[in-house]
Design a protein around this ligand. Sequence first.
Ligand code: ARG
Length: 243
Amino acid sequence: MNKIVIAALLAGFSLSAGASQTIRFAAEASYPPFEFIDADNKIQGFDVDLANALCHEIDADCTFTNQAFDSLIPSLKFRRFDAVMSGMDITPEREKQVLFTQPYYDNSALFIAQKGKLANMDALKGKRVGVQNGTTHQKYIGEKLPDVKVVPYDSYQNAVLDLKNGRIDAVFGDTAVVNEWLKNNQELAPLGEKVTDKTYFGNGLGIAVRQGNSELQSKLNAALDKVKANGTYKTLYSKWFQQ
Ligand code: ARG
């Protein structure tokens, strides 16, 4: 070790030859294809691949933390991590608390139920619909469908399990995620049309950073521009989403 290295270590600097920065991302990882934990206990998904591609452009290292969806924004503010990338809709309400990047995915929402159980959306009156805590889906039902009973869950996995067991009558989630459930559960079917109400589901999915961290916001936006232009975004999109 030479003197400069020793001095740097004493001063608490990391001298790894790799990235100059680490960006700590967080997500609630039971939401395939956006983020999920695979059989090897590794976090995977479109958000994770895209985050890694962005970090590559920025020359940063990426880490991911998995935690409850409704605690992501509070923990971001508390500096537990630097960015939230969790299939999160850019909404005016959240924009009061965090800064979002440009949208990286055009989002919509969809109800599902057991095949043949509910004739149409009207049949949802008085029925129990599962949503994840803290999501735009929870807010939408609470405000727009007062006749429907909202049943909040920590994870969408448990909501789908209860739907299959008949404990609830429907689940409301992001279309790409609902499509994944439909692919794996032949007994489930979509109910009604896609919901695209921008008041609730915003202008697409974005990466949230702390207010005041416009430096990271700009870096991520520039990196998004690059991966959208150089074909990486398209490759990842086709890898994770049904065409
Ligand atoms: N798109 C919805 C929202 O922004 C739900 C996101 C849930 N994400 C997750 N990783 N569980 O509220």
